[in-house]
Design a protein around this ligand. Structure first.
Ligand code: PEP
Ligand code: MG
Length: 749
């Protein structure tokens, strides 16, 4: 019987392939297919239901049901047996459909006469496309072989749908990947961009899912798997010096590559009529479907290993891959599931925008995107399956929204927005060389945050007076190994060269928490944000900090040097860090290096504790910079990386502003210069409030300097201050409503 069905399924596939090769297009082709499936399987009915939108299935072709029902009968996901197959992604096989749970009678199709029902999902790599159904009058349960044959056919149908085989004149079907799609994600970096899709990992398209020469296909598969195994072994050899965890992951990976079960299933698929690549994809689809059900993190990782291996295998078999892929469009918007900071830097400023399916606001890729000022949306689910290379796409980084293949109205609205932003930029550039002088005569220092050499040109373009925060960890994060002292020193020297005498505040290495160096063993800490990070690492393991201090001193050689220590929670940490610096200076002098002309030493205030440090600390520290991102998360005990809580508390909350006021007062008593370099410095309303309370210098992303300066130049900070403290007097939780109201009442604001 199995032998017979095997030939049956192969015969069926061959007939399908002939249909694929024929000139018939669109609806006619789909009609032919339903006819030949019913004919080959000996059933009265065969129907294809495809998704109209995410929630609705539509009968798109049928043999046996009333033809008038085609494109009329629709059902919601989960509704009836067809809806059940679509929702669960599992087949339904029953000899008595009307008695089955969830059966829905649809009079327009005349289906009450059919008793047995076999429905299988049409899906491609975990993406649901529709349902394929056969029905027959006699009450029989379909055999395992019949199930298998229908599943294989469904898979080929999915491939054909992907290839647009059912689009054509008169077809009421619109192609997959042709409709406009709106995806909502989270803002990673503000800004708006229009361009064309560039997939980081292009989808492999299987153009020939069917074969009638299993022997050749088996040889192709065996050779490709062999090539894959050699590749994995090579990866393993190369990482022999690497850490244990990584090795374990690769071992598991190798185990999969050698898995007999995987191989056997693919061979079976081939013997039933699939081509080698279709067999790989069928197993991959099933693994993806399983992945969606599995909760266990370890198992999910293993399934995703298998997914990765399948992709590699598909690339080997089809010869498709990044090296042979399409040409990058001139206005690329990068689409990826996730991407490492190094890979992102390789693309550099070429990119107009970035959309990630996963990613996170604080990921290294997000840090790099921010440094490069490229609009970024993260958590855009489905983007990698929806987007195709070359698709028109618009990215709204402000709203965290992505318009894929947008229609004309969206396009014009979006272009208006881009034009408005460009106009505003023009306004800002007209005040670029003017100071941020307020109506009450105060001048606020406008500095920029940086972390890469690529940021430095912004120093001139944005009109920033200097770099208020140079995040040195980026150089450590984007490499696979610890950078050398000589490399760092050369880089810092280049930064100082391009700053042309403007002040650059280098922050010493701030790692830990979300910033994990790829080449350092991660510490399994219960709460890394409160854990071993920044200066704590620097003081406990001073080797790297010393090396970095040396690099900084050598880079400055005869020029002024400004540096600050991150995450100082108590006075003693500052004195200990200073002592390290003093020792390093003495050593450098002994070694005969030219010392900096002067050294300014500051600290970052990122924990509330430091606001209450002894006066002696404020007297001794050269300057203070408030790291508002961290300070706020600790003040409100709300993780800055946690989407559920990170926006819960307002920076303009009276309690938080009172803490800032406290720091301002303490700095004044000791004549200590104070700046603020968290993200809030770059938000115009927040910046006005910080300046009104008494912060003298703000350091922000270069793109924020224009908008912040423009607003500061239009306000009277004495008035703003009164509004703030009045709101506090009135017992309001946040001063935002009062400040916004006041700003509105200002002429023209
Ligand atoms: C901050 O915490 O506000 C800050 C500027 O440092 P980072 O964002 O790099 O932690
Ligand atoms: Mg910080």
């Amino acid at each position: 019987m199995a032998e017979r069905m095997e030939t049956e399924s192969r015969k069926l596939l061959r007939r399908l392939r002939d249909t694929m090769a024929s000139d018939v297009a669109g609806q006619a082709r789909l009609d032919q297919i339903t006819h030949l499936i019913a004919d080959s399987m000996g059933t009265e009915v065969c129907s294809v239901y495809l998704f109209r939108d995410e929630e609705t299935l539509e009968l798109c072709a049928t043999e046996g049901l009333k033809p008038e029902a085609v494109h009329q009968t629709r059902m919601r996901l989960g509704e009836g047996l067809v809806g059940r197959v679509a929702r669960t992604g599992q087949l339904v096989n029953t000899p008595d459909a009307p008695a089955a749970k969830g059966f829905r009678y649809m009079p327009e199709t005349g289906e009450e006469r059919y008793s047995s029902f076999l429905g299988v999902p049409i899906q491609r790599l975990g993406e649901k496309l529709g349902v394929l159904v056969v029905q027959s009058r006699d009450a029989r349960e379909f055999s395992e072989d019949e199930q298998y044959a229908l599943e294989v056919v469904a898979m080929v149908l999915a491939e054909m749908t992907e290839l647009g085989a059912f689009i054509g004149e008169g077809a009421a079907l619109s192609a997959r990947h042709q409709q406009a799609v709106l995806l909502r994600g989270t803002t990673g970096q503000e800004g708006a961009a229009e361009g064309h899709v560039w997939l980081h990992e292009p989808r492999v398209v299987v153009a020939n899912p069917i074969s009638d020469d299993p022997q050749t296909e088996l040889v192709r598969l065996t050779e490709a798997v062999e090539q894959l195994r050699v590749g994995v072994d090579r990866m393993l050899e190369m990482s022999l010096t690497g850490d244990k965890d990584q090795l374990q992951v690769l071992e598991a990976y190798r185990m999969f590559a050698n898995s007999k079960g995987w191989m056997r299933r693919m061979e079976e698929d081939i013997s039933r009529g699939l081509s080698a690549e279709a067999a790989v994809e069928k197993e991959q689809s099933q693994a993806r479907a399983r992945m969606q059900q599995v909760q266990d993190a370890y198992l999910r990782d293993r399934l995703s290993d298998l997914d990765d291996l399948s992709n590699r295998l598909l690339r080997i078999l089809t010869g498709q891959g990044s090296e042979t892929g399409a040409e990058m469009p001139p206005d690329p918007i990068l689409i990826a599931r996730n991407i490492g900071p190094g890979e992102l830097l390789d693309y550099g400023r070429k990119l107009r925008g970035i959309v990630l399916e996963e990613g996170s606001v604080g990921s290294h890729a997000a840090i790099v995107a921010r440094a490069l000022a490229i609009p970024l949306v993260v958590h855009a689910s489905r983007i990698t399956t929806e987007a195709l290379n070359g698709d028109h796409i618009m990215v709204d980084g402000d709203q965290g929204v992505v318009h894929l293949r947008p229609d004309d109205t969206v396009v014009s609205a979006f272009r208006d927005k881009i034009a408005m932003l460009a106009q505003a930029q023009e306004r800002f550039s007209s005040i670029r060389d003017k100071p941020a002088e307020t109506r009450c005569g105060r001048i606020i220092g406008m500095h920029m945050n940086a972390g890469l050499m690529a940021d430095l040109p912004s120093l001139e373009n944005s009109g920033a007076e200097g770099v208020g925060l140079f995040r040195t960890e980026l150089q450590f994060l984007v490499r696979n190994q610890m950078p050398k002292r000589s490399e760092l020193s050369a880089l810092y020297a280049r930064v100082l060269d391009s700053a042309k005498g403007k002040r650059v505040v280098f922050r010493t290495l701030d790692i830990g928490s979300d910033k994990v160096l790829p080449y350092m063993k991660p510490n399994d800490e219960p709460n890394p944000a409160l854990g071993w990070r920044a200066i704590r690492v620097g003081l406990d393991k001073p080797g790297v900090m010393r090396m970095q201090l040396q690099a900084l001193i050598r880079a400055a050689a005869g020029r002024p040097l400004t540096l600050m220590f991150p995450f100082i929670a108590q006075f003693e940490e500052y004195t200990a860090a200073r002592a390290e610096l003093d020792k390093t200076i003495a050593r450098e002098e002994r070694l005969g290096h030219v010392l900096p002309e002067s050294i300014e030493i500051g600290a970052m205030l990122e924990t509330p504790s430091l606001a209450f440090a002894p006066k002696k600390f404020f007297d001794e520290v050269g300057f203070l910079s408030i790291g508002g991102n961290d300070l706020k998360q600790f003040f409100f005990a709300a993780d800055r990386e946690n989407e559920r809580v990170r926006r819960r508390y307002d920076t303009l909350n009276v309690s938080f502003l009172s803490l800032i006021d406290k720091v301002v007062q303490r700095c004044r008593e000791s004549n200590t210069p104070l700046s603020f370099c968290g993200e809030d410095a770059g938000r115009p309303i927040e910046a006005v409030c910080l300046a009104a309370i008494g912060v003298e210098t703000l350091s922000m992303r270069p793109a924020s300097i224009g908008p912040v300066k423009s607003l500061l130049r239009r306000v009277n900070l004495d008035e703003a201050r009164e509004i703030i403290w009045d709101a506090r007097e009135r017992g309001e939780q946040s001063v935002r409503p009062a400040i916004v109201e006041w700003l509105r009442s200002q002429n023209g604001n």
